[in-house]
Design a binder for this molecule. Structure first.
Ligand code: FAD
Length: 219
């Protein structure tokens, strides 16, 4: 297993990547049963008194923290685009359903409140996609994109979560059925909020970029 951790250096610590071979350095690992993204298992790893030979520390020039940051900067808008993909599918289903489901002698898509919800979903999909593309384009240009990347993921996952709830609502009782797959989208999008930065941490990263003050490691 490739583990990123802190190792002692001088009076303090530095970040490092370490190869942990379970045969020579035993540790415990167990799968965590999750509500969503069930096709991508989450694991909890316990390193209790796990000793690793010095030779297993990956040679680098002290750039582990930088590498982690670069990875996160690209991952965040990419995770946001996963939420966009789910919300787009939910929108497509809701639009189609609004055209065929009839109540009170009319397609429900003719009711103003259903049109409002469809407009809200479409707005969430488009603005989320643009926020993610905006962050990725800034990264491609080699610009500092810490704030844009954090903003894109937090905004896209939140907006798409709400969009999927609205799409479920448009489907009435069928929105809750397993048959249409909307309930799976609702679970998956909520799971996306946690990896690569929780909404709280992403807010603080954006806040730090705006103000210059570090809100999660206050001096
Ligand atoms: C699907 C999935 C895949 C994952 N993949 C990986 C992976 O590949 N590699 C990996 O290492 N990890 C992975 N994780 C773990 C993930 O990175 C962590 O769950 C996430 O960073 C949150 O850490 P935590 O669960 O320890 O929560 P905590 O850090 O305990 O946070 C709990 C709450 O406190 C808030 N909080 C924490 N610190 C502060 C602060 N300073 N100020 C304000 N609020 C704060 C958080 O925002 C959160 O709301 C994955 C998780 C999931 C769900």
């Amino acid at each position: 297993m490739n583990v990123t951790c802190r190792i002692p250096e001088g009076a303090g610590y530095r970040m490092a990547r370490v190869l942990v071979d379970r045969d020579e350095s035993p540790f415990e690992a167990k799968e965590v049963d999750m509500m969503g993204l069930r096709q991508a298992p989450l694991g909890e790893v316990l390193f209790e008194d796990c000793r690793v030979p010095q030779a297993n520390v990956c040679p680098d020039s002290g750039d582990t923290a930088k590498l982690l940051t670069i990875t996160w900067l690209a991952n965040r808008p990419t995770v946001g685009l996963m939420a966009v993909h789910l919300a787009q599918r939910a929108f497509d289903l809701a639009r189609e359903y609004a055209g065929v489901r009839k109540q009170f002698g009319k397609a429900i898509g003719a009711f103003q409140l259903i049109q409002h919800d469809l407009a809200e979903i479409e707005t969430a999909v488009v603005t989320s996609r643009l926020a993610c593309y905006n962050a990725l384009a800034a990264l491609d240009r080699g610009e500092r994109a810490n704030g844009l990347s954090a903003m894109a993921k937090r905004y896209a996952v939140d907006a798409c979560d709400r969009a999927i709830q609205l799409a479920m609502r448009i489907h009435g009782g069928m929105g809750l059925s397993r048959e249409l797959g909307l309930e799976q989208m609702a679970r998956d999008v909520r799971t996306l909020a946690i990896p690569d930065g929780t909404p709280g941490i992403l807010t603080l990263i954006q806040g730090r970029e705006i103000t210059g003050f570090d809100g999660f490691r206050p001096a």
